[in-house]
Design a binder for this molecule. Sequence first.
Ligand SMILES: Cc1ncc(COP(=O)(O)O)c(C=O)c1O
Length: 415
Amino acid sequence: MTMPYGSRLAAMMTRRLGRECVYTPSARLALYLALRHWCRPGARVLMSPVNDDVILFVVLAAGLRPVLAPVSVGDGNIDPAAVPESTWRSVDAVLTTNLYGMPDRVVELRRRCEQLGIPLFEDAAHAIGTHVDGQPIGTFGKAAAFSLSKHVAASAGGFLAVEDARTRRELELLRDALLVPRRLHDDLAATLRPLARSAVRTLHLVRPVWRTMQRLGVLERDDFRMALHAERLSGCAREAPSLAAYEPWVRVDLHGFRSRHGALVRGQLTLRMDRLDDDLARRAVGVSLLSGTAWASPALRDRTAHNGHLPLFRVPLLVHDRNALIERLVSHGVVTGYVYDPPLDDYAGAEFVEPSPDPSAARWFASHVLPADPLLARGITNALTAEQAATAHPSTPAAAPAPIPDTTPPTPLGQ
Ligand SMILES: Cc1ncc(COP(=O)(O)O)c(C=O)c1O
């Protein structure tokens, strides 16, 4: 009997999580599988507007209606208490974000979903090292998507974690039907891109390389959001659910998102997975450094005070004049990614999403957050000090601190 595609990597992830895992070439494909498996076309999915636009297009490609939730101004994640009762009663599924690795109010969301009898999907693309009450993010809902591109600086790889072996096998079949044959070019790009990235950083070439990429138009976004192409997007609705129809939007930043990568790529991912705990330990060190600075959000500071070890993907700092600061940071060799501004309802409008009933917190958070890479904590702290960056303080009533669940991992990782 042949082993399922990517089963060695999936087994590594199962050992971490204690859940059955399906290997996928990307987290976006993992989310697509979950949405297609559990939601019928036309279903309404509650999600945060402070999210990657790619995820919005994944939801649309699955033939679903994104319903945007009010978020907490402290961390940009869904605020379950602020979601109107009528909205709760009208949605068919919930998709969390765990933005930058800060956990969603997942216990509350799960309770709600259980009451309503609807599935909870965890987007854990940013949150591979995050725990709530000693339990890893990605083990609370029906299914969870993980991204290796984020966490081990690969240009490929993801997982869908599910509750049981039968569901895993069904999803493996769905995945196999969606994978496209690999092209050698994709495999080489996926293998070489992370190496090129770290060489550029080591050689202090970040600034010239980034500026040149900007000038050449190599980057797929001129702005924080990709161009919407509303008319073309409208036309695709007739074909949904369809990954092929939405591919021009869904593939942005990762053209091999559904490629059946060969042993070369998967072998490299295995090596990188082996180093994951070291990587998370280094992230946690950077997070404690950055959360001790004036730019740390109150939510972040509270959380690090409660549990020292927080291996975030990015550290949400809050600053005034954020966009100008991002430009100036390039001169210090710091390129800032993962800015999700404007919120998805302002970006896409009511034809494509159901807008949040109260977009103010999302707008404030999306326009002030500076996602800082904890692996570059010292350089970023120095750069922000040199630039005299001013801290932004959330001032709406929603800023009152929410109760903090214990996010300590069951066993300390590394240190
Ligand atoms: C919140 C979030 N979820 C999912 C994804 C998709 O991850 P991947 O690039 O592995 O498809 C991304 C990044 O693109 C993301 O930021």
